[in-house]
Design a protein around this ligand. Structure first.
Ligand code: SF4
Length: 331
């Protein structure tokens, strides 16, 4: 589960838009896309839509992940005006009682309505963007199984309304020192984050990956030095070296579940490879909606399928029904 509730109040801050613009101005020189969220709800930021616009004008693809609770009528129009490339919704349960037990304070019916309103208004306005994904999380320790019929019905409702994809994802195990030792076998070089991504927290702290929830792996701080200098600096170089030669000395990485996920070509993480190819070959459009992405029923990515208590995939329907079979008439 997300550790947000355990974050110190001082760390629950919003990125200043001036800082955001300065980061984008530098990152646009080499970055490909920007994920506009990290350990918080992005729709809480009063200038969030300006940020999307700014990043888009800089030539970066934009995507974000939200719980969808705040996406009211007004925000829906503003989101469509801003035009991010992809929005994914975390719907933690496909049944009202389970959803509201997990996401305390949220209203299941409102969240579903918000998502359906977005795709409906996107169609009304004949817009292509954003590509809309609904994620259902498979919780590792859930004692209450969801009703397969209810899950299948809601999935179908989303797809018929115009959601591009409904996927399932394994619950994240955040990289924290108190995480349990992983039972699954660790794979060689199965994390590419230190070599291809950068997470910048609201205060400018740079960490190598989104699984470092508390930003313990500090690579530098924007403002004190440039992103390029941080990327090539001693902290990143040391992390990459220790990752390859002495992973036991990295308390977060050594227990991280990324290292237990499936790989291809000996050491390339399967999920990254598929995501990379999907993002770069299919983009975020009709072809992607038609083919679907990796996290669909039956595609095993984590290598932990045998774990007791874990069930995989949506309960019914054929594989191809995970995505809409007929793309809408959006432009
Ligand atoms: S192994 Fe885990 S904690 Fe370490 S860099 Fe990769 S994702 Fe982050």
């Amino acid at each position: 589960m997300c550790h947000n509730r355990e974050l110190d109040a001082g760390l629950k801050n919003l990125m200043d838009i001036a800082l955001f613009r300065a980061i984008i101005d530098e990152a646009r020189q080499w970055a490909n896309d920007v994920y506009l969220h990290h350990r918080g709800e992005p729709l809480l930021h009063p200038q969030f839509f300006d940020m999307i616009r700014y990043a888009r004008r800089a030539g970066l693809r934009t995507r974000f992940h939200t719980n969808g609770c705040l996406l009211d009528t007004e925000k829906t129009e503003r989101l469509l005006d801003a035009g991010p490339d992809l929005v994914s919704f975390s719907v933690d349960g496909f049944e009202k009682s389970i959803y509201e037990a997990i996401r305390v304070g949220a209203c299941f019916d409102e969240t579903v309505e918000n998502i359906i309103r977005l795709v409906s208004r996107r169609r009304d306005r004949r817009l292509r963007k954003p590509y809309v994904v609904v994620e259902r999380i498979r919780f590792r320790h859930s004692n209450v199984p969801e009703d397969p019929a209810a899950v299948a019905a809601l999935r179908q409702r989303f797809l018929e309304a115009g959601v591009d994809e409904v996927i399932e994802k394994e619950e994240y195990v955040w990289a924290v020192e108190t995480a349990p030792e992983t039972a699954a076998p660790r794979r060689l070089s199965a994390c590419t984050f230190p070599w291809y991504a950068m997470v910048i927290c609201a205060d400018g702290t740079v960490t190598p990956c989104p699984q470092d929830f508390y930003a313990k792996l500090v690579m530098g701080r924007w403002g004190e030095t440039s992103l390029r200098e941080i990327w090539n600096g001693p902290a990143y170089r040391d992390l990459r070296r220790r990752y390859q030669t002495d992973i036991e000395s990295l308390p977060l990485c050594r227990k991280c579940d990324r290292l237990c996920r499936k790989t291809v070509a000996r050491s390339v993480p399967l999920q990254y490879a598929i995501t990379f190819l999907t993002d770069h070959l299919l983009g975020y459009g009709r072809l992607r909606a038609w083919i679907g992405t990796a996290e669909r029923k039956g595609v095993e990515l984590t290598g932990e399928a045998e774990r007791p208590g874990l069930t995989r995939g949506f309960p019914t329907a054929s594989r191809t029904s995970e995505t809409r079979r007929k793309p809408s008439s959006r432009q």
